[in-house]
Design a protein around this ligand. Structure first.
Ligand SMILES: Nc1ncnc2c1ncn2[C@@H]1O[C@H](COP(=O)(O)OP(=O)(O)OP(=O)(O)O)[C@@H](O)[C@H]1O
Ligand SMILES: [Mg+2]
Length: 330
């Protein structure tokens, strides 16, 4: 039986069809008894936490009747354990014994959780830093440009200058105004949305309206009613997806219309951005930072991005995040 054990933290219990332990081997680090000697002759059902008993009973009879192994992960006495249940001694209806092979994966599961926590923290810090950079740019550059513009206007209004100098002054003023407008748009794009006190659907709708006005695109926004509330990190990631999706449509698609829809099901919230533009070949996506950034961000949160596009057939980008933070994966 010890040949079943590949790791010092593995243990194995062979039980009959009533769950009575026939033999046991291994370290049993996840068991309160602490050693293999106490288990033979006792019931497996009295040894495992009560809420897990039914699940194990069902698996035991399933494995005995089908002879197919079953594997699952759950907590046993407070530790994460992967249990593999296999038939012992031939297949078919003659199975009288079943082995429960336990591998203690507690350290691994906790390390993955810690990594997830750190990645989320990195995402939050990144947004904080963007907010600070945007604010500084706004304060330093924005106010500087405004001051120059005011001086130019004063100069243009008051000083008698030769006509060619007046023309140059007007041109410089126009260029500064364009610069000021572009800078405002840049601050708006870089600054993370304040989603803690606004609801996500409203923030997305506002962004669609502003973008439609600036770009001339027809943008239709639709949100399902009674959307579940998301924490700020996941809400911001969907907001960023909308920004990148619409920016890409403006830059690459030659589209006339865009349909944005926000919806949810039992497990996920999803945002789709679809345009009627030129599309592209998804097997050979040209290099860029936008789409890979979106993939990475949503994957970190346990979600994903799907791109449906074909040359001449428009593009649809769908981003998904889990409704429940605990559904996140590494
Ligand atoms: N809506 C779209 N319509 C047509 N082509 C698209 C669309 N979205 C993306 N693409 C294609 O996919 C490529 C990769 O997009 P990605 O967002 O990663 O990079 P980018 O937009 O070129 O640059 P960046 O986002 O780094 O400023 C684009 O260069 C473009 O060829
Ligand atoms: Mg892009």
């Amino acid at each position: 039986m010890t040949t079943l054990l590949h790791d010092p933290d593995d243990d194995v219990l062979v039980v009959d069809l009533d769950g009575i332990v026939l033999s046991a081997a291994g370290r049993f680090s996840a068991w309160p008894e602490g050693s293999a000697e106490h288990l033979p002759g006792t019931s497996l059902w009295s040894a495992v936490n009560t809420e897990r008993v039914n699940q194990r009973r069902i698996v035991l009879s399933q494995v005995a009747s089908t002879a197919d192994p079953v594997c699952f992960v759950d907590q046993l006495h407070g530790r994460w354990v992967r249990t593999t249940v296999i038939p012992v001694g031939g297949g078919g209806p003659g199975i009288q014994k079943v082995a429960f092979l336990h591998r203690d994966i507690d350290a691994h599961v906790r390390a993955v959780e810690e990594l997830k926590r750190l990645r989320l923290r990195a995402l939050t810090l990144q947004e904080d830093e963007r907010r600070a950079i945007s604010q500084n740019l706004h304060d330093e550059l924005g106010q500087g440009v405004t001051a120059v513009l005011m001086q130019l206007r004063v100069l243009t209004a008051r000083t008698p200058v030769p006509p060619e100098v007046a023309t140059t002054l007007r041109e410089v003023t126009a260029q500064m105004e364009t610069l000021a407008k572009r800078m405002r748009q840049l601050f708006y794009r870089v600054r993370p949305p304040a989603l803690h006190d606004t609801d996500l659907a409203q923030a997305l709708a506002d962004y669609c309206v502003t973008t439609a006005q600036a770009s001339g695109l027809v943008i239709d926004f639709d949100a399902e009613a009674e959307l579940p509330v998301l924490d700020e990190t996941r809400a911001a990631s969907l907001y960023r997806l909308l920004q990148e999706g619409l920016n890409n449509t403006i830059k690459h698609a030659h589209a006339r219309a865009v349909w944005v829809s926000l919806g949810f099901d039992e497990d996920t919230i999803s945002l789709a951005v679809e345009d009627d533009g030129i599309g592209f070949d998804t097997d050979a996506i040209p290099d860029g930072m936008g789409l890979p950034g979106m993939f990475e961000r949503l994957a970190m949160l346990g979600g994903g991005v799907q791109i449906d596009s074909r040359p001449g057939k428009g593009t649809r980008i769908t981003g998904t995040v889990p409704r429940w933070p605990e559904a996140e994966t590494s």
